[in-house]
Design a protein around this ligand. Structure first.
Ligand code: NAP
Length: 246
């Protein structure tokens, strides 16, 4: 069997779900690639590699060297550089590309959302008056909030950020998070606003539902625009696409 027929660009629960579907398959060789951002990534049931490829050219070279038959971009919807690299590398190497991407959350009746382009715009949307903010944008977006130290931030991330705003409390945790628990946490911390990314999916939707239940405003970072490629939203659909190609 060919060692890497399928390369999955991972770092998401969807990529892990696809890896689980492929784990028992002796007829499909698959490898998952991680950026190396998380110190202790959750264990994966298929071989993996860690670290950047060196831009689109590096990824194209990896695909060629390993004679990869198909590429699945299952990175996070906010990992727009990697997704752009995947499109370019697939074009350069002629390897078919599928995006496995969860749909964005859509506002429902009762939601009080302000959608913004980036972390700086989220800071502006918080305003000047000190507020108690639940901040779950991920540690890489955190530096922008240092510019608004008047707010208290309940920061939740997988790994510790390098610097925290002066008024803050850090919770290190990895989802999924249930709506009832999110509600209890926000009430206990006296949260007045939630700032998060429109990641989509179910694992972190609890805070959105909890904010709706509590009538709290949510400042939501809009997804970056990515090139249009063939896209599915579940690991099962991705497996069906893979099966058609190997
Ligand atoms: P990014 O800004 O789109 O990518 C920056 C660089 O990191 C890429 O150019 C690539 O380096 C490398 N890289 C990214 N994903 C990779 C992967 N799966 N395998 C190998 N190299 C990768 O990415 P990011 O937003 O920092 O996200 C990094 C990782 O964290 C991704 O795997 C993503 O799925 C995961 N993640 C991101 C977020 C988020 O909010 N951004 C949330 C949860 C999980 P080279 O150019 O050298 O190849």
């Amino acid at each position: 069997m060919h060692p890497i027929q399928i390369l999955i660009l991972g770092g998401t629960s969807e990529a892990a779900a696809l890896a689980r579907l492929l784990a028992g398959r002796t007829d499909i060789g698959a490898m998952i690639s991680l950026a190396g951002r998380t110190k202790n990534p959750a264990p994966l049931p298929i071989p993996h590699r860690i670290g950047g490829f060196g831009g689109p050219e590096g990824l194209a070279a990896f695909l060629a060297e390993n004679r990869v038959a198909a590429l699945v971009d299952a990175t996070h919807p906010f990992a727009d550089r990697m997704s752009a690299n995947a499109v370019a590398a697939a074009r350069m190497s002629g390897v078919p590309l599928l995006a496995l991407r969860r749909p964005a959350w859509q506002a429902q009746a009762g939601d009080r959302w302000t959608e913004v382009a980036d972390a700086e715009a989220a800071v502006a949307a918080l305003g000047a008056r000190p507020r108690r903010v639940f901040l779950t944008t991920g540690r890489l977006e955190l530096p922008a909030f240092l510019a608004a130290p008047q707010h208290f931030y309940l920061v939740r991330s997988v790994d510790a950020p390098e610097a925290l705003p002066p008024l803050s409390r850090l919770i290190l945790a990895r989802g999924p998070f249930a709506e009832d628990d999110e509600c209890a946490l926000m009430q206990a911390e006296g949260i007045e606003a939630v700032v998060t990314k429109n990641s989509g999916g179910t694992a972190t939707y609890g805070k959105i539902a909890a904010a709706r239940r509590l009538g709290l405003p949510v400042i939501l970072l809009r997804r970056p625009a990515v090139a249009e490629v063939e896209t599915v939203s579940t690991a099962e659909e991705a497996l069906a696409w893979i099966e058609r190609r190997v």
